[in-house]
Design a protein around this ligand. Sequence first.
Ligand SMILES: Nc1ncnc2c1ncn2[C@@H]1O[C@H](COP(=O)(O)OP(=O)(O)OP(=O)(O)O)[C@@H](O)[C@H]1O
Ligand SMILES: [Mg+2]
Length: 176
Amino acid sequence: MKQKLESMNENDRITKSKEIAAYLYKTEKWIKSKCIGITVSRKFELDTLPIIKKAWSEGKTVCVPKCYSREKNMEFRELRSFDELENVYMDLYEPSLNKTEVCASNKIDLLIVPGLVFDSAGFRIGYGGGYYDRYLQHYNGSTVSLAYSFQTEKQLPREEFDIPVEHIITELGHFK
Ligand SMILES: Nc1ncnc2c1ncn2[C@@H]1O[C@H](COP(=O)(O)OP(=O)(O)OP(=O)(O)O)[C@@H](O)[C@H]1O
Ligand SMILES: [Mg+2]
């Protein structure tokens, strides 16, 4: 799936990302949300930068993850501008510790959960760090995942620590 994502052409990536985002903006969860948690997309991932800008334009608070690989956990920090990001690894950007503040998980009312593959029950295969599975254990707000339709499967293997997302949106509309 990573190879498939990496081999997608740029036009396709941008067009489908826009279509998916357009569905997201129409959901009640998006409309009602005041504070969203969202990743800063890497080159081969669904483009989240327009979504972040849209959230800012609507007056929403935007929080992005900062991962701690030693502890295998992450926190969300409030991002007010892309200048508050720093490049931590290859094309991976995270909020700068000096420029941003932590956002408590109970402040986030909509979390956009990333992943590589999703099934119709909302289970997913992520990047294998278990960061989101750990975070979701203590998170009580809404969850939605955004994916290209080729990232969906009928059923994926699950493990006891996997936590499903509430909704999945693809360029074809609502998958879950
Ligand atoms: N709630 C948890 N508590 C402790 N360890 C966990 C928890 N959830 C997952 N893990 C550990 O993390 C490892 C990776 O989990 P998994 O393969 O589900 O990652 P993932 O879902 O792809 O990653 P992510 O959640 O970051 O998207 C697992 O092997 C497991 O040992
Ligand atoms: Mg998992």
